[in-house]
Design a protein around this ligand. Sequence first.
Ligand code: NAD
Length: 283
Amino acid sequence: MNTTTPVTRSTAPPLLIPKTLKGQRALVTGANSGIGRAVAIALGEAGADVAVNYVTGDQAANDVVAAIRAQGASAEAYRADVSSEEQVATMFREVIARFGTLDILVNNAGLQRDCAFPAMTLEQWHTVLNVNLTGQFLCAREAVREFLRRGIVPDVSCAAGKIICMSSVHQEIAWAGHANYATSKGGIKLLMESLAQEMAPHRIRVNAIAPGAIRTPINTSAWNTPEAYKSLMTLVPYGRIGEPEDIARAAVWLASDLSDYVVGTTLFVDGGMTLYPGFATGG
Ligand code: NAD
């Protein structure tokens, strides 16, 4: 296995998305960068109309909207901090007024405030928990209220609604120096599973995606030099970094009726990172 693959090269297949989401309306949080951006564009390519949430970066959000519209779907940008109850409620009101209703929520917004544990400030702790975990709670609650109000529309989807929570391999793998982040992702796992259990009788499907190492701005230092990339590859049996489109394909499938019986599952999209590659040679 060549572990010195140039960092600019990707062997991820091109996106070829069938129109499985035609007539559906989606909201993607943190959709003007990285994974959220790719998911929003892929949902649009699959035929959904897409609300593009962001908190900073008007131009980047407008670019995502333009990319979705260029594929023939409707799109609008909505500025809101997902950790603010008031801003989330306003955003959902505006999205539902604009698109009529909502069928899909992708709870993607997230951030890191890494710090050795003894030095971690309460602010670093709260910032990560408020955005990564409370933000998913607030958005999921608004989405569920709309799904319950509207119910199933068989011509659109056999489910009353779908929620995809962006988790991480760190809902499973402990991460020294990132206790706040790993805690938020562990919390997402049980938030997602509890919500899935409670909402399944209403035919609302809640699932999660746990990405491994994906090439986005959140983790640039892990892949932007040949040395960092080589070191990262010791953790990835599949031998390449993940691209945002790898996650986008999984999100389209989880949002569509093709995954209709998938309820309360975390789909790991990680090139085998959770196979604990350190044990590949016997441990
Ligand atoms: P990114 O930094 O490119 O994107 C994060 C997005 O979240 C940005 O659009 C940012 O503006 C937005 N955001 C941050 N705070 C927000 C707030 N308060 N309100 C609304 N939006 C906010 O990083 P990414 O890698 O694309 O991360 C997306 C998600 O994927 C995160 O939840 C992250 O934890 C998760 N994830 C990423 C990786 C990876 O390797 N990149 C791995 C596992 C999980």
